[in-house]
Ligand binder design. Structure first.
Ligand code: CP
Ligand code: NVA
Length: 303
């Protein structure tokens, strides 16, 4: 594993990364400084709370230095190529974390950088989120086999990464989305093949009530992702309405079902306040796990 652009990059390492993240979580405050002298450039084209802060704290707690950069303040914003930027940054820093509108930028960075490149989300995937999410499922449910993970709402970047992650973990996943907002077909096919080989199943449904029956995990994300101009707000509210994670859907899931959301959340849209703020919600433990999971990634790639 050299980079983390897609969950596929950690196909053979995901479970080991989760174990390392669990260990780092227990040992927080006692890491020593395994990444002393290492600098992580963190470049953002879009806003971020969790990714920005958790990566910054993660590299600092491992003894390294975070370098936060807004992409429009780089010469990249004035037309310097991604190739040149990747080559130059590789002479200065030990790793690059990049949040992009377009996955092609992350791909190109990976191609030309000689240091590890980590995606902090693009329009296709959000691999660090998926890693923290799998860590959270394991922490709350004790494992993956035989568990039913249901994703509701928009078939977006987070959903794409979760399909790969569930397939690799060996957990059944049902993607419950409107037919016009199903996830990326190629990613779904690839994830299904991995799942088949790993004794689990990735399936799709347009019937949320049916999908949520006996679920161990209900997961949702915003109905309109950053930079997504394919859907007007009023259309989104209409199309996704029946996929809202609310007490009716939660009632058909298992009694001990947990509720997850990568955040930021829009109460009253993809999830109701009583559910996200209720006893089955684990969203803040899930957010915290971004820190531990990313420490594991940094340790593995920069250590
Ligand atoms: N979940 C997540 O990536 O949050 P941010 O956009 O705040 O980084
Ligand atoms: N799907 C969301 C995730 C935000 C963390 C987006 O891309 O905006």
């Amino acid at each position: 594993m050299k980079n983390l652009i897609s969950v596929l990059d950690m196909k053979d390492n995901m479970l080991e990364l989760i174990e390392l993240a669990e260990k780092l979580k227990k040992e927080r405050g006692h890491h020593g400084a395994p990444l002393k002298g290492k600098t992580l450039a963190m470049i953002f084209e879009k806003p971020s709370t969790r990714t920005r802060i958790s990566f910054g704290v993660a590299i600092s707690e491992l003894g390294g230095d975070p370098l936060y950069i807004a992409s429009n303040e780089l010469q990249l914003g004035r037309g310097e190529t991604v190739e040149d930027t990747a080559k130059v940054l590789s002479r200065f820093v030990h790793g690059i974390m990049y949040r992009a509108y377009d996955y092609k930028i992350t791909d190109e960075l990976e191609m030309y950088a000689t240091v590890p490149v980590i995606s902090g989300l693009d329009n296709l995937e959000h691999p660090c989120q998926a890693l923290a999410d799998m860590m959270t499922v394991k922490e709350k449910k004790g494992g993956f086999r035989g568990k039913k993970f249901v994703y509701l709402g928009d078939g977006n970047n987070v959903c794409n990464s979760l399909m790969y992650a569930c397939a690799i973990a060996g957990m059944d996943m049902v993607v419950a989305c409107p037919a016009v907002r199903m996830p990326n077909a190629e990613i779904m096919l690839k994830a299904s093949r991995i799942a088949d080989a790993n004794g689990c199943r990735i399936s799709a449904s347009v019937e949320p009530m049916e999908a949520c029956k006996d679920a161990d995990v209900l997961y949702t994300d915003t109905w309109i992702s950053m930079g997504d101009q394919t859907l007007a707000k009023e259309d989104a509210l209409r199309i996704f309405k029946k996929y809202q994670v609310n007490s009716d859907l939660l009632a058909v899931a298992k009694e001990d079902c947990i509720v997850m959301h990568c955040l930021p959340a829009h109460r009253g849209e993809e999830i109701t306040a009583d559910v996200i703020d209720g006893p089955q919600s684990v969203v803040f433990d899930q957010a915290e796990n971004r820190l531990h999971a990313q420490k594991a990634v940094l340790y593995k790639l920069l250590g």
